[in-house]
Ligand binder design. Structure first.
Ligand SMILES: Cc1cc2nc3c(=O)[nH]c(=O)nc-3n(C[C@H](O)[C@H](O)[C@H](O)COP(=O)(O)OP(=O)(O)OC[C@H]3O[C@@H](n4cnc5c(N)ncnc54)[C@H](O)[C@@H]3O)c2cc1C
Ligand SMILES: NC(=O)c1ccc[n+]([C@@H]2O[C@H](COP(=O)([O-])OP(=O)(O)OC[C@H]3O[C@@H](n4cnc5c(N)ncnc54)[C@H](OP(=O)(O)O)[C@@H]3O)[C@@H](O)[C@H]2O)c1
Length: 450
């Protein structure tokens, strides 16, 4: 069997692991990624001050070391290779392309400079090549981060950490430089629903109380509507306990402040005549019970203006549309039923094509959760794949020849290891685990490929 996996994030690697561990069949896995570097959001999303989480790449590297695994980095599906070509060269295809687009607030002023989606901000501080030239101007004292998820918490923490806390991490050098000169003193995390509906995990929330030079601030009034007894959800109970402890704290006089605000929705990003963000118009919300027992935010008609010089919407991600890959417009993922790719209209299964990870389910879930989920999809692949291997395919190297003929230089896993070594040596100079190379051309030049 020969399988193409498109995307080298956690979901792609866990699918590869499950395929390569099969003892009933020899499977050749070619893993493509549009970047020369593997690991998806583990490299380009997970916060630099969360180094421990990134150690999962050791598991992925051991999968990559298996003899029938091959990495073809710097190859983008839809640009460098088509779905039709993959169908000719592989028995099965797995789309593990993640969610690389951001969701928009859809309010006036959102396109203004210094209203920067979290995708851009996160990609910028993590050295993702797409965002290395993003204009991040931290010359303003107050920033609003919209959303009550873990990405909002990450973004706020990175804005408020001291350079000393960040320089020993793998934060991109360009971001560290801008953060060193940052004038940000106050960050406001804005939730449209209440504290009991917030999506942050308690470990992330708790960490906000342990920053070197910034303190969380919670107005006790924000928690007034939350009952003292258990909500029935252990994570929510932990979050409320942490928020209550923040509300009881006296922030240090000289500390930067992180305000956690609830029940507000942005309705307009306000700019000055020069097009600079100067504020965010907010509508106060109230909670409305839905028939299923959950709560929706409803505008109360009362408005206020929060003076901020920058807005970071962190309200979720969505899958990019890739030419030739069936796309579900509503869910904004690869059209699929339980991981089997389907035609988005008829919902008929498209044989031998699968989706895993965020490409399959949307932007929810932690890295470890993809192990079981990808293995489940591999079970479908095995069930569907009986007899498939009898189909004769072109020689395994023919895909590389095809790519080279069109001027695409695939980056192998050994090539990546060379880049990895360079990054680690560069990082050691500032006592960091690595100093990322952020420019694809520079990576290819280092590999002698351009
Ligand atoms: C900011 C942020 C921080 C996070 N922090 C944590 C954390 O601390 N702990 C945790 O457990 N989880 C964290 N998560 C969640 C975790 O990162 C995701 O659950 C996981 O990465 C999703 O895996 P994936 O393989 O589906 O997608 P991704 O990791 O996004 O991988 C997708 C891969 O596909 C490639 N690709 C995309 N399009 C193409 C194409 N057309 N051709 C070729 N390749 C393509 C991309 O380059 C990428 O390498 C975080 C998420 C975000 C957004
Ligand atoms: N350290 C970690 O473990 C870590 C770090 C980062 C990310 N992750 C994971 O990655 C996934 C994605 O995280 P995420 O933070 O992007 O998404 P998320 O957890 O889904 O949170 C999105 C937030 O945006 C809010 N929102 C959505 N639309 C909005 C709108 N129009 N106006 C105002 N607010 C809006 C949501 O509010 P509602 O609830 O009201 O919809 C929610 O609070 C999650 O599974 C997360 O746990 C984990």
């Amino acid at each position: 069997m020969r399988v193409a996996i498109i995307g080298s994030g956690p979901a792609g690697f866990y699918a590869a692991e499950a395929l390569l561990k099969r003892d009933d069949a020899v499977v050749d896995v070619d893993m493509f990624d549009r970047l020369p570097t593997p690991y998806g959001l583990v490299r380009g999303g997970v916060a630099p001050d969360h180094q421990k989480i990134k150690t999962v790449i050791r598991v992925f590297a051991s999968t990559a070391a298996r003899p029938t695994f091959r990495f073809l980095g710097n190859v983008q599906l839809g640009r460098d290779v088509t779905v039709e070509e993959l169908r000719r060269h592989y028995h099965q295809i797995v789309y593990a392309t993640g969610n690389e687009a951001d969701r928009r607030l859809g309010i006036p002023g959102e396109g203004m400079a210094r209203c920067t989606p979290a995708t851009v901000f996160v990609g910028w501080y993590n050295g993702h090549p797409d965002y290395r030239q993003a204009k991040i101007d931290l010359s303003v004292p107050r920033v609003a981060v919209v959303g009550n998820g873990n990405v909002a918490v990450d973004a706020a923490r990175i804005l408020l950490r001291t350079p000393a806390e960040l320089e020993k991490t793998d934060i991109a050098a360009h971001a560290l430089e801008v953060l060193r000169a940052s004038r940000v003193r106050e960050v406001f995390i804005l939730g449209r629903r209440g504290p009991a509906q917030a999506a942050f995990s308690s470990a992330e929330l708790k960490e906000l109380g342990a920053m070197e030079a910034a303190d969380p601030v919670v107005d006790p009034g924000e928690l007034a509507g939350c009952a003292a007894e258990s909500t029935g959800n252990a994570e929510t109970d932990r979050n409320l306990k942490i928020l209550r402890s923040f509300a009881a704290r006296q922030p240090r006089a000289n500390a930067r402040k992180l305000h956690l605000c609830f029940l507000v929705s942005p309705t307009e990003v306000i700019g000055d005549a020069a097009g600079n963000v100067v504020g965010l118009r907010l509508e106060k919300n109230r909670l409305e019970a839905r028939p299923d027992g959950t709560f929706a935010a409803r505008g109360s008609g009362a408005f206020e203006i929060l003076e901020v010089g920058m807005v970071l919407p962190a309200i979720g991600y969505a899958a990019e549309r890739i030419t030739g890959v069936p796309y579900d417009e509503k869910a904004r993922v690869v059209a699929n039923e339980d991981g089997r790719v389907v035609d988005p209209l008829s919902r008929a299964v498209i044989a031998n094509e699968y989706a895993v990870g965020w490409a399959r389910s949307g932007p929810q879930g932690l890295i470890g959760e993809h192990k079981r989920a990808s293995a489940q999809v591999v079970k479908h692949m095995i069930a569907d794949g009986a007899g498939l291997a009898a189909r004769t395919l072109p020689d395994r190297d023919a895909i590389v020849t095809l790519l080279r003929e069109r001027g695409v230089q695939p980056v192998s896993f050994n090539d990546w290891k060379q880049l990895d070594d360079v990054e680690v040596v560069r990082g050691a100079r500032r006592g960091a685990p690595r100093d990322k190379i952020v420019d694809v051309d520079a990576m290819l030049a280092l590999l002698g490929q351009n």
